[in-house]
Write a protein that binds this ligand. Sequence first.
Ligand code: NAD
Length: 498
Amino acid sequence: MTPDTIHSVRDRLNIRSGRLFIDGKWLEWDGPRFDQINPTLNEVIASFPEAGKRGVDLAVAAARKAFDAGPWPTMPAHDRKRILQRIIERVYAAEEELAQLQTLDNGIPYTFSRNSRASGKAAAETLDHFAGWADKLTGETYPQFSSASNMHYMSFREPVGVVAAILPWNVPLSMFAKKVGPALASGCTVVVKPSENTNLALTRLAEIFGESDLPAGVFNFVTGAGETGEALATHAGIDKVSFTGSTAVGERIVAASGFNMKRLSLELGGKSAGIIFPDARSVQASAKGLMALSSTFLSGQVCTTPSRAIVHQSIFDEFVHYAGEQVKSVRFGDPFDPATTSAPLINKRQMQRVLGYVASGVEEGATLVFGGDAATDLPGNWVNPALFINVNGGMTVVREEIFGPVLTATPFETEEEAIRIANESEYGLSGTVFTTDVTRAFRVAQKIRSGTIGINGFASVANAPMGGVKRSGIGREGGFPGIEAFTELKTVNFNLDV
Ligand code: NAD
């Protein structure tokens, strides 16, 4: 492990970290600050302003003024799109730097930060997709309904207003793009708050937005922890909250939104199933693939991770064998070393939480096949990837989102049983079915209660909707539903008798 790499990348990229971007200017903040801890070294890497209620009030007032007075919401769509396209070109140009900063933020191995769907390039593509919608947001005309009057109707699609975009730490670039892209393209103004764990890459991205032709107040960026998030989510000047994070916080936002009817989009937790049938193209590849999603990349800290393997009993032993083979290739260490496969857990608290879940699994009678202990020879928060078998739906490790490198595996006999086990969850975000029987694949995909489902693979993209049912959230991000959620329909009535 070389702290040198991390320090030198930080110093070279030199993010200015004492400021909030409000009303078209970077404001030196005279209020309290908080430390961001790097999860690879467990050292302070930078400190950022805690915007708190005062910073949020200023940012919302700026966004409110920019929305109510314009010109952004009513600007001709093509002009709005051109401004966004120029920003997007700069995001593409900064992709390498953004990927490095994201690796400093959350320890995601640089190879993934640069090349996966979590990358700066993927964020630019998502922004690009949504900028393309700016001039395609149309309403409808309706045929005359009744001869009693000569009323005619048409609808217009208008921006929803001032948006609070509250982000998690695991894939900050991607989350920023999925919210800020459609919000700005539809004509909304926005106040963005990154997670307190990951501010570096998004501060750089905010600098790019800040140096653009966006009118003052259209884009605002505040840093801070839960209290700042709460001040933003409950602010009377906010029309819509677009939140990605834990179900616990999402449910607080739902409760708080009740008194003023804020619009909500909530992308929350998951406990998705990976179902392997005996006719999967390769049991070995499916087993290794499922185990890799829990043990490499962000080490299971991804909402869509299929953290419950549901495996036909005829191939169950083979599955356990290959899952064990896969973890032999896992490498912890310097995230800028191409040999490193897995991110550390985001902080010590999350590491203790994961270790607590592992202990609960053992106490409740599950069998720990391997892993589940801390990698104590490193300063970062790594837990060796764990596999539990002999589990049931009542156990904590099967019910709760662990958000770490812990996979449970349950055998099944019939297709109906596999579907029943998969649906035995309070969550409904995603899942994957491995089979070469195409009719079975569709049958099972239709019966799983989730917002998204993969057949022989899973990846979310900018132009297809993604989101959850049950406690996994409300709404969809991606494609038209992802921008529709930032609009309101206004129906105009024309009386042609006057
Ligand atoms: P978190 O809920 O702890 O924090 C998310 C954001 O909410 C942070 O910016 C935080 O500061 C803010 N916040 C905290 N308390 C708040 C409050 N009372 N009001 C308003 N904002 C508040 O989540 P996290 O630990 O950053 O992220 C991990 C979670 O995110 C996991 O549950 C994961 O499944 C979920 N997630 C979901 C998706 C998805 O698309 N469904 C994607 C990524 C992550």
